[in-house]
Design a protein around this ligand. Structure first.
Ligand SMILES: Cc1cc2nc3c(=O)[nH]c(=O)nc-3n(C[C@H](O)[C@H](O)[C@H](O)COP(=O)(O)OP(=O)(O)OC[C@H]3O[C@@H](n4cnc5c(N)ncnc54)[C@H](O)[C@@H]3O)c2cc1C
Length: 379
């Protein structure tokens, strides 16, 4: 046997899993079609929001809190900037499900979340313009993860602990046997006792190699940077934010190292064909129009649109993750479908994946909401 564990896809989830396994002394092989971090998957664009109050279910809050502990530990290990404690404000109509969920999850878990009126928001952060009847839930302890630095740091630490990374090596075949797996790339073939399957937007294409078909949809997403007045929008004077309207959700980041305020739209986007190159930023009129319209009204002190980029979400129908063992093979673990909100959890998901393929194969986290069983079309 070549390895204890082979990880297919060494991006956000896979690289973290590689680190936690190598740290336990496991022989780990990470295989990726590119050289992470890179801009062909779901993790580029420099930043991701981490918030702890999560209305989408109890499992998420517990995982977010553990994720934050692990990010702080990674920050201790790494010289790169991993987490910036900017705080995060969720803004929306008082009675919206989103705001009510944030409030109830904050109360239930005694999170440091403060309710703020529209007027107070504007006084404290003049860079916002908040409609009447909207409120903010401000989380002081959360903030921004430097996503590409996070993956670089996990990569450095995993390799330091003995993990082997095969970059630029797309996986072409996976064979699962009773007590081992064999994974092939164009040039090489490897065996291991267990497999972790984390190829992000490449999942739907590779799942048939495991005899599975899942209702995943890859979606082309764009985001943009705007010129800014640094006094108003720098990291120590402006928080990361999510702005929820009845039919749209936008999110954004303060200006980090004078890069400008970054804004994206969470809903919408175009279904993507992963066999074709991603259509570049500006292909669709909405690429600039959506965020510019939002910025002009609500982040009204930003200046001109500076530049934009394109990235990919991999959505499940219910937008909950998939983290589960293969229905027929206990030594194969699948983690995909992170539906545009997975990055903040990648530290804890890496830890969970490492637990699922070692020891008694159990995790203390409740991952039943992420089970494969909720989809009918498992072959
Ligand atoms: C624009 C945008 C904004 C986002 N904002 C947030 C946010 O604010 N907060 C948040 O928590 N989340 C956010 N997310 C979501 C988050 O970034 C993703 O959920 C997360 O990065 C997914 O991780 P992953 O490991 O599944 O995919 P990736 O990080 O893309 O890793 C998958 C890896 O698999 C590799 N791979 C694919 N196919 C193969 C193959 N055949 N062989 C070998 N390797 C392969 C890829 O090269 C890649 O490196 C955002 C996503 C986008 C696109």
């Amino acid at each position: 046997m070549d390895f204890d564990v082979i990880i297919v896809g060494a991006g956000s989830m896979g690289m973290a899993a590689g680190y936690y396994l190598a740290k336990q002394g496991k022989q780990v092989l990470l295989i990726d079609s590119h050289n992470p971090p890179h801009s062909e998957g779901s993790h580029h664009g420099e930043t991701r929001i981490i918030r702890h109050a999560y209305g989408e279910g109890e499992s998420y809050v517990k995982m977010a809190l553990r994720a934050q502990v692990l990010w702080n530990e990674l920050q201790e290990l790494s010289e790169e900037e991993i987490f910036i404690n900017t705080g995060v404000i969720n803004i929306g109509p008082l009675h919206s499900t989103f705001i009510q969920n944030v409030i109830s999850s904050a109360e239930k878990y005694s999170l440091n979340v403060k309710r703020i009126t529209a007027e107070e928001i504007q006084q404290r952060w003049p860079g916002f313009s908040v409609p009447e009847g909207y409120i903010g839930c401000y989380e002081r302890d959360s903030g921004v993860l430097m996503s590409e630095n996070c993956i670089s740091a996990y990569k450095t630490e995993a390799i330091k602990q003995g993990a082997i990374l095969k970059p630029n090596s797309p996986v072409t075949s996976i064979d699962v046997f009773e007590d081992y797996v064999q994974v092939k790339t164009e040039k090489d073939s490897y065996t291991a006792k267990s497999l972790i399957f984390t190829p992000g937007a490449g999942s739907r294409k590779l799942l048939p190699l495991l005899g599975l078909e899942l209702p995943l949809q890859e979606v082309r997403k764009t985001f943009s940077w705007f010129d800014t007045d640094e006094e108003i929008y720098r990291t120590d004077s402006f928080p990361a934010f999510a702005f929820e309207f009845s039919t749209e959700t936008f999110y954004g980041f303060p200006s980090i190292k004078e890069a400008g305020v970054k804004i994206g739209r969470h809903d919408g986007g175009q279904p993507r064909d992963m066999d074709r190159p991603n259509e570049p930023f500006g292909t669709y009129e909405d690429d600039i129009k959506d965020v510019s319209r939002f910025a002009e009204r609500y982040i009204h002190k930003v200046g001109q649109h500076r530049m934009g980029k394109v990235c990919t979400y991999t959505n499940t129908p219910d937008e909950d993750f998939i983290i589960d063992k293969h229905p027929n093979h206990d030594h194969v673990v699948i983690a995909c479908g992170f539906s545009g909100h997975g990055f903040k959890f990648s530290s804890v998901v890496g830890e969970i994946l490492s637990e699922l393929v070692t020891g008694d194969g159990q995790t203390m986290f409740d991952i039943t909401p992420f089970s494969l069983k909720r989809f009918e079309k498992i072959q």
